[in-house]
Design a protein around this ligand. Structure first.
Ligand code: ZN
Length: 289
């Protein structure tokens, strides 16, 4: 019996029968997660980020959601580190110059080559303190959600193997640091806003991502316990009328086809953009270059 399995039995008290009856919170708390090492993250100074207009607000609480996006840019074959740096600079320019935001919106970007780049200013120091640098990537939820942009468009295909591996490493480190249950914390952008982001294929892969992260943390549930969890009513992810405003205007990167920007704020409640683009993501490689 492995160490993890033995501990599960001990904490469940009566073995499998006990595990089935455990609420997910109790179960997650009963298995001490491993603390995966922080993966290599290329910092803002490494990719030569511009200074933000204003420093990001840092919350006094951890995020409760990790939101997966796609950048809706080309699925480029250029998997170099320099390409990853260029992409981050382009997205930052786009968010600051065209959207008028204070800084790049997301907290991390995972490139086609599997490189992980820091996004929003103050992201890494905030995480080390168990807090969140408020970004601009998911309308109405920025003070509770950390955002990861996956470079590419994942409507018809999956990210590269290197990207998927990097996502597991990054999200496992985040879940361990923030003590989040991957089964609940990992969501797609479309779970919170009207958008096709992160694309059907990547969205469909999120279950596998949750499992891979749980395995990395050593908190993967037995199939019996998973069954019990699946039968539980899940709380709605979007609380209607929670009154929470984005930390800064999110005019939306992509205007829906045929819709005019009436008041400079199309993004927050805008319906899905063309080709399932993410309002916080890029505007296509032609615009980002
Ligand atoms: Zn998105």
């Amino acid at each position: 019996m492995s160490e993890i399995t033995r501990r599960m039995f001990l904490s469940a008290g009566s073995g499998i029968a006990g595990a089935i009856l455990l609420a997910p919170e109790v179960f997650a708390a009963s298995v001490r997660p491993r603390r995966p090492r922080r993966p290599r993250i290329y910092t803002r100074s490494e990719w030569d980020a511009a200074p933000p207009r204003r420093k990001a607000t840092v919350t006094d609480h951890p995020p409760d959601r990790i939101v997966i996006h796609h950048t809706a840019t080309a699925n480029t074959g250029d998997t170099s580190l320099e390409a990853a740096f260029r992409l981050s600079r382009a997205i930052q320019r786009h968010h600051m110059r065209r959207n008028g935001w204070d800084d790049i919106g997301q907290h991390f970007t995972v490139s086609r080559g599997g490189y992980i780049l820091e996004g929003r200013n103050r992201t890494l120091p905030a995480i080390e303190q168990g807090k969140l640098a408020v970004g601009a990537h998911v309308a109405g939820h920025n003070s509770r959600a950390l955002g990861i942009e996956t470079e590419g468009t994942y409507i018809d295909e999956l990210p590269t193997k290197a990207q998927l591996n990097a996502l597991v490493a990054l999200v496992a480190w985040l879940c361990a640091t923030y003590r989040l249950d991957p089964q609940k914390a990992i969501i797609g952008h479309r779970d919170l806003n009207a958008t096709a982001c992160p694309g059907d294929r990547l969205y469909g892969y999120l279950g596998r991502l949750r499992e891979d992260v749980a395995r990395r943390l050593g908190t993967v549930r037995s199939s019996a316990a998973r069954l019990a969890v699946a039968e539980e009513p899940q709380p709605a992810l979007v609380e209607p009328g929670d009154g929470e405003e984005p930390a800064e205007p999110e005019p939306g990167l992509i205007r829906p086809v045929g819709r005019k920007d009436r008041d400079g704020r199309t993004g927050d409640d805008a319906p899905e953009g063309p080709r399932g683009r993410c309002p916080a993501a890029g505007d296509g490689p032609e615009r980002l270059s």
